[in-house]
Ligand binder design. Sequence first.
Ligand code: BF8
Ligand code: SF4
Length: 641
Amino acid sequence: MTCGDCTAPSGKNYSIDPAVNELLKKAEQEKILTAWDRYEQQRPLCGFGELGICCRNCLQGPCRINPFGEPKAGICGADADLIVARNLLRMVTGGSASHTDHAYSAIQCLRLITEGKAEYDLKGKDKIASVAAKLGITTHGKKDAEVAHEIAMTALQDFGNFTEEPMRWLRASAPAERVEVWKNLGVLPRNPDREMRTAMHKTAMGVDGSPLNLLLAAVKSGLIDGYAGLQMGTDIQDIIFGIPKPAKSAANLGVLERDKVNIIVHGHMPEVSDKVVEWAEKLEGDAKAAGAAGINVAGICCSGNEVLMRRGVPVAGNFLSQELAVITGAVDAMVVDVQCFMPSLPKVAACYHTKIITTQDIARLPDAEHISLTPENADSQAQKIIGAAIEAYKKRDARRVQIPAHKVEAWGGFSVEAIVGALAKVDPKNPLKPLVDNIVSGAIKGAVGVVGCNNVKVTQDAFHAELVKDLLAHDVLVVATGCSAQGLAKYGFLNPEGAKQYAGPGLLAVLTAVGEAAGLGGPLPPVLHMGSCVDNSRIGDLLSALAGYLKVSTKDLPVAASAPELQHEKAVSIGVWAVALGLLTHISLPPPVLGSSLVTKILTNDIEGLTGGKFYVEADPHKAAQGILSHIRHKRANLGI
Ligand code: BF8
Ligand code: SF4
């Protein structure tokens, strides 16, 4: 691939991140296209696609529905409601498939470790015990590896389940009250693979013609996402790589270092990112021999979150920063695994010395180097990756390096275990009591999980930051994951100073009391970084624990979720799971459903009568904050607090 065949980009400000805006100017000077430029080229986007009223499910089509007149049905007679519902089910199932396949890789890795065939240790001994306990696996007299093997096989049994019994992992993880609600709706998934196959079957030409039935199947796909994707993924990854603990690090492109070999880990699988970090430490000497001061690993997207959470590795940026990281000219290798890396990367990298390295056989990029990394060969392949990065470093052109001077202290590692551990310093016998007491007293009004992506349709990070500012100022505790957490990190929401800057007085007092009791010497950050997108299960676990303590349903808690800048179909699946848990789930960009008033009404209104949750679409961050606050007040009033 050659560089320089791009047309000049527009150079507008598309982000509130000063590092990104600085590098967009460099991209313009160097005539390199980014996602923002390609977005401009795509506009106007297809209205049928945006509304969800295009169907390509058979070869008689594609068929389109005219929202203003005729035709009102496709060739087979499918109307807008049916087409939108079918498309949504495929989208949610697509997201669930991504998360489930990710979790499946982790499960296989765990199985191979326990069979002595994989080049990883078991670092999360405490997690082995807690996961075994919830699954009803006895541990007495057994070695950790034996119990971990039973855990892996139990997970795999869910994927081999041919009975009508619902998934064991779901029943072991979700609150009993929720399981009953989902059972009554007929949406409890049995074998996740079987349900996803059925979802594809249901949506084929000439099968399910009921929009309502299809939407219930979408809820089932959301539950697959929640329990076969997120929950299994997090539980198993914690067993292999350890339960995260709070750790201080830094965020934004200023974490790149001019005199070191810079390696970016990007994607989602800690099997890759954790190994790269391990071998980067071990092979520092090779980098020094090549004239560098050492090796600096930084993360983008959820791979970055995984190694921030467990190893304190700095975050270079979130989804929309990935091309800009290459454009610094300082990245020697970008190592990707699965999900959320742009196919544009080799083209951008062709303008520099940067090596794009793919590692998973399901995810190849033409013009990238492929170093296939599996559980069985992880050590040797990780060494090859580091070697390739060092070789690339030797070709770096120092004149083209521009590392923005933006770097902000950021804390990660707030697993549920870590949060409960910090609270236990205040009340060792009853750790949740201090949190609940402060919610009851009104010092903390409620909690919101702010999650999800960047989306080129909205200014990068702006919605995350503005929404969170308003919530914190009104004494709402914020937890974050995914690219949202990485975005918030850049503006100081993830460090103790941010508590003083952003938190309302009630929230600040609690953050200070807990932070000091936990030995941090100051307040906790006002936004607690709970991890990657699969780690949204940690938010689910926290909600389950709070609901259990208060003896109420998760739907009754003064909490909400928001994915302000969602882009990936995974984010839609997570949103459906959150709605199934009973949460008000805010989004600023609607998924392609507006072509059906029936589907839109069910998702934003009627479903509340079934699960207690619903989607809330609001494109203005301050109005969204008001809407969420009024929901929290309403839930508090219902609880009599
Ligand atoms: O799984 S937040 S852009 S990186 S999809 Fe992708 Fe969205 Fe980022 Fe993590 Ni999640
Ligand atoms: Fe058209 Fe029906 Fe075929 Fe879809 S399934 S493309 S609506 S004929």
